[in-house]
Ligand binder design. Structure first.
Ligand code: SF4
Length: 441
């Protein structure tokens, strides 16, 4: 496992940068002045993902809401919250493990026992079978996955229930079931002569447990941004076409790199009949892409890359595959957060990197690697809205509740969903990359 041990606190966290820009102490711009608003004030307001990259996205009706955070945590300053978090963790000892996602703010990450991407953290949760409580400082679907992979006696806690994921929310179970019914009506359910099903569903890890279970029930599979090509190969061997959700960009970028032509990748818009396609287009499709996207990675543009190259000769541009296709095509490389971290670690001192992923990770990497110059391609400070809902105040609250013998904000996936989702997750773990051809063989 390639988990990163928590690093010393960087000189300027994103939180601090936002405050310095707002006070005029630093130049730069943020996507909204509301980033300075405490998350509990957002929780008390009308529905929404909160300030940051997803603030323009539509939040589904019925998304989890966070109840009021006790005043003691809202009023405590950072030093007091740090003291309380440390004291609670010390009291709980091995009974608790705190996981921090790469995109989480530094003021939270510095309390994490493990830092990584969603799948690495789910595995870290699995590896800590001794911990009664897993406090997942990430977003809702990650806590669900950790619950499904952890032991039955372990409880997974999401410090702020409003920390969803706008991309995961773009593919809800009802819309996907409806899509599936339409595809079954069109293609039937019988395999062809080669034994390939009409459609194989593939869901990105960034999706609800319900959709992972859907894939488990319908011969489908889960993928991460690290193994999407291997998983698509697996699916093409078993299906005439793939239904890929929720991220159109990861699906398109991966399939295009595998040689699938763009015209064989129609988009499925859940608000239109046949997803907005005609029957002939769907017949010829190799990958049907769900109309979903990550609002963090949608912010990156080809113009930003051109500007970075003009201002930093020799810069290496690495972007996440959730970025739009023209951005991935213009970059020097595209890969998962783990890929980005490893590329920076492996580079010779003095390298210059322009990175297209969430700003908390980029700024942390810049602080941890003073031997390189590392900057975010997006000049506007705009963190992931939902990750940003996790504040040290919530972390202190859930930990002190555990000390008092109470488990709050537990994320539990029911047994049937867990069973079916595990089938799809297990298929992913079994899917191995095809060996590279041996030269001269
Ligand atoms: S960065 Fe994008 S995909 Fe990741 S949690 Fe935020 S909105 Fe979801």
């Amino acid at each position: 496992m390639t988990l990163i041990e928590p690093a010393p606190r960087p000189a300027a966290s994103v939180e601090l940068t936002i405050r310095r820009i707002a006070s005029g102490a630093a130049t730069g711009s943020t996507c909204t002045p509301e980033l300075q608003t405490a998350p509990w004030k957002i929780d008390a307001g009308p529905d929404g993902y909160g300030p940051g990259s997803s603030m323009g996205d539509v939040i589904p009706v019925g998304s989890p809401r966070q109840g009021a955070l006790p005043a003691a945590y809202r009023q405590a300053d950072e030093a007091e919250l740090t003291r309380r978090i440390r004291a609670a963790k010390e009291t709980l000892g091995d009974r608790v493990v705190v996981l921090g996602h790469f995109y989480q703010r530094d003021e939270v990450v510095r309390h994490a026992d493990f830092v990584g991407d969603s799948f690495q953290l789910a595995n870290a949760a699995k590896a800590r079978a001794d911990a009664e409580a897993i406090v997942f400082c990430g977003v809702h679907f990650m806590a669900e996955t950790a619950d499904m992979l952890s032991g039955p006696a372990q409880s997974v806690i999401l410090p702020n229930l409003a920390a969803g994921c706008s991309m995961a929310d773009m593919a809800d179970a009802d819309s996907v079931e409806e899509c599936w019914e339409q595809l079954e009506e069109l293609f039937g359910a019988e395999p062809d002569e080669a034994g390939r099903a009409p459609v194989v569903p593939v869901t990105y890890m960034n999706s609800s447990a319900a959709l992972k279970a859907f894939c488990g029930r319908h011969g489908g599979i889960v993928c991460t941004s690290s193994n999407a090509a291997t998983v698509l190969e697996w699916a093409f061997e078993r299906g005439q076409r793939v239904l890929f959700f929720p991220d159109q960009h990861l699906g398109r970028n991966t399939a295009k790199a595998m040689g699938v032509p763009l015209e064989a990748m129609p988009m499925w818009n859940p608000r239109q009949a046949l997803g907005g396609n005609d029957e002939a287009t769907l017949e010829q499709a190799q990958v049907i892409l769900w109309h979903g996207y990550c609002s963090v990675h949608k912010r990156f543009t080809v113009e930003q890359i051109e500007q970075a190259r003009a201002e930093h000769p020799g810069v290496r541009i690495i972007v996440h595959p959730e970025c739009p296709m023209p951005v991935v095509d213009a970059a020097d490389a595209a890969g998962s957060t783990d890929f980005i971290v490893k590329a920076i670690e492996a580079a010779p001192a003095g390298s210059v990197f322009g990175i297209g992923t969430e700003i908390n990770l980029v700024q942390r990497l810049a602080a941890e690697h003073p031997e390189h110059e590392i900057f975010c391609l997006d000049p506007v400070v705009c963190p992931c809205s939902t990750m940003y809902r996790i504040h040290p105040g919530y972390l202190a609250w859930v930990l002190e509740e555990l000390v008092a013998g109470r488990t709050v904000n537990r994320i539990e996936v029911d047994a049937d969903t867990t069973r079916d989702a595990r089938v799809a997750l297990e298929r992913m773990l079994q899917a191995v990359p095809k060996p590279l051809p041996v030269p001269g063989a």
